[in-house]
Design a protein around this ligand. Sequence first.
Ligand SMILES: [Fe+2]
Ligand SMILES: [Fe+2]
Length: 298
Amino acid sequence: MREACGHGAFKGFRAGARPPGTEKHMDSNTTPDAAGHRQDCLRGQALAALAATAWQDKLAAVRAMSDETVLDCEQAYTPTAELPGRPARPELVVPAQVKQRSMATEEGRAALLHALAHIEFNAINLALDIMWRFAGMPAAFYRDWLRVAREEAYHFDLLRQRLAAMGYAYGDFPAHNGLWDMAQRTQDDLLARLALVPRTLEARGLDASPAIRAKLAGAGDAESAAIVDIILADEIGHVAIGNHWYKQLCAQAGKDPVSCYAELAQRYDAPRLRGPFNLEARRAAGFDDAELAALQAG
Ligand SMILES: [Fe+2]
Ligand SMILES: [Fe+2]
């Protein structure tokens, strides 16, 4: 593994462009593109995968990203394509226009699985986005989010295959874009991104999982319920990664994680979280008693 990053205490992170010509630790066998980006760096690969529009290309790009890929933690990137890359379908609508359907029909269950697949598609994009966008973090930060991107791609593919077995494809139902909206709002603020995407929206997925699983199992769809089990187990790890880096940045900045979270949630208009909370999964993901108490106090 070749890395152009320090392993010691990190001094900070930046969103935005680095002045041209100041790239550090460039290998002699790497060639920057016209925008000055090195193409072989893991973070450059994340940006390219994020820009991929067809789900097949996005999954292939994520699968091609290796733990052995050179990593430059300092390089700044300027996107040249519209982000995130996404296919023309599903049609994006406001959340109120996404219909709740009965679990008694296969179409209803397919609509639910499609909604989950769209969340996973956005989750792939979110993991890739945090990798390229925020420079100046330790190598372990980028490798953690590579793991998340891979697991989100796996979740998307499991759901896509289940949909295919039921006669449906990704894109067949309308979807809403709440997850990506929060990514846009926090594009200049890594602490807010960590607080409000993995620790809020992904953590909300932990809370929602048991009821979704019960709905599918109750309708006799054991195969789909088993996919929800796999996703929940992995998502605990994603929220744990969010918690780990959020708390590191809070400690570095001398901020209290609980009050800082409340401030960020208000500033960025985060959705208010309502119970029932999956406290067991949240504890496993690293939320401590003070955070869980604040959550339950609402
Ligand atoms: Fe996922
Ligand atoms: Fe996730």
